[in-house]
Structures are given as C-alpha cells and as structure tokens.
Design a protein around this ligand. Structure first.
Ligand SMILES: CCCCCCCCCCCC(=O)SCCNC(=O)CCNC(=O)[C@H](O)C(C)(C)COP(=O)(O)OP(=O)(O)OC[C@H]1O[C@@H](n2cnc3c(N)ncnc32)[C@H](O)[C@@H]1OP(=O)(O)O
Length: 170
C-alpha cells in the first residue's frame, strides 16, 4: 500500500469496553437510519459487522450494480463510505462515540461489480481523544493470503453524543 498517512508510533493501547457485546456477536447499528449500517436506511449499504479479536470488526458485502462508478467497477465514494463505517464499527469495541475527523483511502486495485468484499476494520490505538483505526477490503473469493484491494486509515475524535448531536438529532 502506498498511503502517506502516518500512524504515530507512540499510540496508547486501546482497551476493550467490558460492557461491549462479546467477540463473535453482531455489532449493533449505532443509528437505525445510518447510511452505512442502519436497517432503516432505505437506500443504505446495510452493513452487518461482527466483532472480532484484536479490536476488529468484519463484514462482507456484494458490490451491487447500484454501487458502480467507472464502467463495471465500484465508485470510490462507496469504498470511502464502507471504510468510514467499518472503522466506526470497530471503534464500538471501545464503548465510546467517536466521529470521523480524517479518512484516508488507498485505492490499490479496481474492484469489479459483483465482487464479494470482505471488510476488516481495526482499532490501532488512542491518543487523548483521538482513536486511530485502519481498514482493509479483500476479494472474499481470493483466499486468506490475498493482498487487499483497498486499504484505509482514520482518525476519529471521541465526543459527548448528547452535545455533539444536540442541534441535529430529530
Ligand atoms: C449516537 C451514536 C453516534 C455514533 C457515531 C459513530 C459513527 C460511525 C461511523 C460513521 C462516522 C462518521 O461518518 S461521523 C460523520 C463525519 N464527521 C463529522 O461530522 C465530524 C465533524 N467534525 C467535528 O465535529 C469536529 O471537527 C471534531 C469533533 C472531529 C473535533 O472537534 P473538537 O471536538 O473541537 O476537537 P479538537 O480539539 O479540534 O480536536 C481533538 C483532537 O483531534 C485532533 N483533530 C481534529 N481534527 C483533526 C484533523 N482534521 N486532522 C488531524 N487531527 C485532528 C486535534 O488536533 C486534537 O488532537 P490533540 O490536540 O489531542 O493531539
């Protein structure tokens, strides 16, 4: 991967919230209308992720024709949305609400419509209110040792959700 994103080498370890659902359980949607994970988002991506070991969240998603950008391939903005969401869902391990401040995407290979993507989000560590996370997208048919088709990083900032969404929550 050729990203210029810099992960600080002095990150504090991130700790799993003991109250978070267990490893192997579904990550609960953080908002039913969320475009990424909400079951009530009519045209949403409807990502269903599962908590994994080492602060990961994993999901699979078929690249539908409605996700097309270039002829026969996924739109880059859809990849960005998937990555934002998968890192956000991995962050649920921590029991905090953290919003995206920075999203970095490395589009390594074209991703054809019809591909089944395996998406893996992972918390890397913390620095004060910042949560550093990473994500990779694999062709699920290519086997466990395949290189990722795309990868990303994010900086999320922990907020008080009542204050942060006070002006916009319906
Ligand atoms: C109810 C369930 C919901 C659950 C929500 C779960 C979401 C799941 C997935 C979807 C995620 C989204 O799409 S969220 C939607 C998209 N994102 C947003 O709308 C966020 C909009 N931006 C903001 O509201 C704000 O800029 C914040 C909250 C990110 C930061 O503002 P702030 O609270 O004043 O904090 P601030 O002091 O500026 O920054 C705190 C630390 O972060 C660093 N920082 C801040 N911005 C940046 C940046 N662009 N690049 C580098 N670093 C940055 C600062 O240097 C500082 O680090 P240091 O000094 O400590 O070193």
């Amino acid at each position: 991967m050729k990203t210029t994103f810099v992960v600080p080498d002095d990150l504090e370890p991130a700790r799993r919230d003991p109250a978070a659902p267990a490893i192997g359980e579904a990550v609960p949607p953080h908002n039913p209308r969320c475009h990424g994970c909400g079951p009530d988002a009519e045209n949403g991506l409807h990502l269903r992720a599962v908590f994994g070991e080492n602060l990961t969240a994993t999901a699979t998603l078929v690249v539908e024709p409605r996700f097309e950008g270039g002829p026969g391939v996924i739109h880059g903005g859809i990849v960005s949305t998937l990555f934002d969401e998968m890192m956000g869902l991995a962050n649920v391990h921590l029991g905090v609400v953290a919003v995206t401040a920075v999203l970095d995407v490395d589009y390594a290979r074209p991703i054809p419509v019809g591909t089944t993507l395996r998406l893996v989000g992972r918390v890397l560590g913390r620095q004060r209110r910042k949560v550093y996370s990473a994500v990779e997208a694999f062709d699920d048919a290519a086997g466990p040792d395949a290189e990722p088709l795309a990868a990303g990083h994010g900086i999320f900032v922990v907020v008080d959700p009542r204050a942060h969404f006070a002006a916009t929550r319906p």
